[in-house]
Ligand binder design. Structure first.
Ligand code: PMP
Length: 351
């Protein structure tokens, strides 16, 4: 069989996602989903679409959604590109803006999809070491050869780089695109969106999977200068795929029209994050000051792997990473107050 495979298919390193277990009894705190369901307004919009228009193709230009998003972000729709989840938007961005033969940079502790895409598209990359306190040193990202990408807030550390430093990185890469992956930004203090009007080389990628509770619908998007958005459209059109489906478009439109519910859920998650952080510190954990919907914590006496395994035996899924630089850290998504009490009670039993 293998002789029919292309070199790319043979060499590509598969991405290992967080465990997805379809067991109602499992408490899933491992892939940073939102514990709250989408609002009835969003569900109603999806079911209306289901009842009516599914026999019709969706709009290839997704104009209506981009207009609603444009109002939300105070941007022209020409500054907005939408795709099936931000992973897809990131893949298209790697293809559109990074070149084989030109070294791109991203932090050595970051979203594990970046090296996978770089390898798939044969883009050389430099993994820039982050500091001992897990923050990025902005200067290390200045004047890259082929571009820069990093999440802000970073994953899995949960830490955000101040926006002035993001701006310095963008400013100091005038000939390259700087991609800021803002998957978790709604749980953070600041977004880099205002920089779009100032700099033609910043591309911001966001998602409806986290703050908007729509991970299952697969809607991600890029915000940036119209020239960058045109390049993404060219990539998309040349493959004649990557088309969003009607249910996803309808749900996303309703979500951007129903921002109050989103803000309420985000506030609840931030409040839960606060007391869980304090509770973990009382148990002796060091917890990084999170600006996301998850926390990254380490304990001087207990191995993260052991805690992960013992929690899993009790049907609570968390995440730990094999990378030795962070293998002593446990990553835990923020659930409802009740779910986090269950998690903390179980942790206390283990310790
Ligand atoms: N970027 C980061 C930093 C993430 O953690 C994730 C989710 N794991 C994504 C992008 C992708 O999110 P989605 O494809 O659901 O939009």
């Amino acid at each position: 069989m293998s002789k029919f495979w292309s070199n790319l298919a043979k060499q590509a390193t598969p991405y290992v996602p967080g465990e997805q277990i379809d067991d109602e009894e499992i408490l899933k705190l491992n892939t940073n989903e939102n514990p709250y369901a989408p609002s009835s307004y969003v569900l109603e919009a999806i079911s209306q679409e289901l009842g009516g228009n599914l026999r019709l193709y969706p709009s290839p230009t997704v104009d209506q959604l981009r207009e609603v998003m444009g109002e939300y972000y105070q941007l022209e729709k020409e500054c907005i590109f939408v795709g099936n989840g931000s992973d897809e938007v990131l893949a298209l961005s790697f293809m559109a803006f990074f070149n084989p033969g030109q070294m791109i940079r991203f932090p050595n502790i970051t979203y594990s999809f970046y090296p996978v895409y770089a390898q798939q598209f044969q883009i050389p990359y430099e993994e820039v070491p982050i500091k001992d306190d897990f923050t990025l040193n902005p200067i290390d990202f200045y004047e890259s050869e082929g571009g820069v990408i990093f999440p802000n807030p970073n994953a899995p550390t949960s830490l955000a780089l101040p926006i002035e430093e993001v701006e310095n990185i963008v400013k100091n890469n005038p000939n390259n695109v700087v991609i800021i992956d803002e998957a978790y930004v709604d749980f953070a203090k600041q977004t880099a969106v205002p920089l779009i009007k100032k700099y033609p080389n910043i591309l911001i990628v966001q998602t409806t999977s986290k703050s908007r509770s729509l991970a299952g619908l697969r809607v991600g998007y890029a915000l940036g200068n119209p020239n960058l958005i045109q390049a993404l459209n060219r990539m998309k059109d040349s493959f004649n795929s990557y088309t969003m489906d009607r249910l996803a478009i309808a749900g996303a439109i309703a979500s951007f029209q129903d921002d109050l519910t989103i803000k309420e859920n985000v506030t609840k998650i931030i409040n839960t994050r606060k007391w869980v952080t304090e509770a973990l510190r009382e148990l002796g954990f060091q917890v990084l000051p999170s600006e996301t919907n998850f926390i990254f914590a380490t304990h001087p006496k207990y191995l993260a792997k052991t805690l992960y395994e013992r929690l899993k035996q009790a049907k609570i899924l968390t995440r730990h990473f094999p990378n030795p630089l962070i293998s002593h850290y446990l990553r835990v998504s923020i659930g409802t107050n009740q779910e986090m009490e269950q998690f903390l009670n179980q942790l206390q039993e283990i310790m």
